[in-house]
Design a protein around this ligand. Structure first.
Ligand code: SF4
Ligand code: SF4
Length: 78
């Protein structure tokens, strides 16, 4: 199963909770502000993410979503 990981950076308030709870140290706080003036979290090491969803559960602003990737069917011939 493939997953799509997404942080809605404009919902993020940069509290850093997700960064501190990630068991794989995937997340960091960006050095550029979002539209609300907060420094949002981002996946600095996405390849290390194990999609445990701990960060999603911790985020008070529900900025992080993990969803199942849709299966892309191969293009039809003809
Ligand atoms: S899903 Fe788990 S491993 Fe991936 S960033 Fe969130 S807490 Fe870290
Ligand atoms: S827990 Fe949520 S609001 Fe806090 S830094 Fe992470 S994504 Fe942003």
């Amino acid at each position: 199963m493939e997953y799509v990981y997404r942080i809605d950076e404009d919902l993020c308030k940069g509290c850093g909770l997700c960064v501190s709870v990630c068991p794989k140290h995937v997340l960091e706080i960006a050095d550029k502000v979002n539209t609300k003036g907060y420094f949002p979290a981002y996946q600095a090491r996405p390849g290390d993410c194990v999609f445990c969803a701990t960060c999603c559960r911790m985020c008070p602003d529900v900025a992080i979503t993990i969803s199942e990737a849709e299966e892309v069917s191969p293009p039809e011939k003809g």
